[in-house]
Design a protein around this ligand. Sequence first.
Ligand SMILES: *Cc1c(COP(=O)(O)O)cnc(C)c1O
Length: 432
Amino acid sequence: MRYFSTNDRRHSVSLQEAVIKGLAPDQGLYMPERMPLLAPERIARMRDMSFREIGYEVIGALFSEDLSVAQITDLVDHTLQFDAPIVQIEDHIFSLELFHGPTLAFKDFGARFCSKLMSLLLDNQKVRVLVATSGDTGSAVANGFFGIDGVEVVILYPSGKVSELQEKQFTTLGGNVVALEVDGVFDDCQRMVKEAFLDPELQQSMLLTSANSINIARWIPQCLYYFYAVSRLPQDHGKVVFSVPSGNFGNIAAGMLAERMGLPIHTFVAATNVNKVVPDYLGGSPFTPKSSIQTISNSMDVGNPSNFYRLLALYDGDEKVLREKVKGCYYTDEETRKAMVAVKHSTGYVMDPHGAVAYLGLKDFLASQSERFDGIFLETAHPGKFRDVVEATLGDKINLPSRLLEFMKGEKKTIPLANDYTKFKEFLIRTH
Ligand SMILES: *Cc1c(COP(=O)(O)O)cnc(C)c1O
């Protein structure tokens, strides 16, 4: 399979090159040139398959030209080490719990797949993975890559803008994981990383790659849990709608990939906090990136979503179809908090702020429809990851899973970095 750049369909590369480059030289995002279609019978059979068996099927359809059966099995087994159950919380409303991995957020799926695929494709070259994070990417990538030979991870994050728990998960590992604490916001971190990838001088002296959701190796595996979730709905379910709490829009774009591969999803709800450039776009405005605004769902505080052009590419650039298929909505922190309280009181279910944004999007969508739908919202992080906000909102103590408490014992080690690309470049050269 070849992978083309969203900026120029004529520029296409191999799987190996797409994974190792991360971003196309013209700054476009790589996309598979074909989306293999799974027949309805094959999808129906997933009902009787395990999560891993579904993984072999879907990853096989996408990668069988480039990887052996043994490699595909290895990759899927390494990635799907934990479950992603759907939990019914109200009539026709299910939470897809994506937080049962080592760092308690859905990014564990992409990070584990990405590290394994890179190690399969790299054969003995040394590579540096650059990651900009607004919180959860850093912890997932650091943990997914920790201890992998030949790979050094350099994480850039906005100082003071991620929770202590998040920070501990990527600043305490040491070893092949280095954390740079940037005096700026997430978008500054992302800009510096993008600039490094396009810097010819750096490109000549070292092999740099990305493990942000711009990388297909992070992005593609996220489609797996959409297949799995649909396979676990009650057999007589109505039309299917997924509501996805979105920041960089990689997660929802992976759901759309599943849909393009034949998974019967009627509608996507793109739910955001007040960083709402995509909901604005879906409502008819031009796409206009802005600076990000800080909220309680901080992993979605993104003003210039890096996967936006993937959304368009998934529907062959047809804005009308995209706006049909994907409904945008956004919520304030106050609305998010109210939803967390209301759901806790009526059902006992505790949502984290990101899941709560998606829950609200799903509720509003269902209220606007007269037909029968079954809706799944993505609960992207364990509420314990955002303990301060959740406890203050619900007035209850949250029990942290023990694997999260382990991180809190570690000592934070970071290197301060000015919000200045030349300083970042100097660091990369000096430490090479
Ligand atoms: C990263 C993240 C999101 C946003 O996902 P995107 O793929 O960037 O849209 C939502 N919730 C949580 C908890 C996250 O960590």
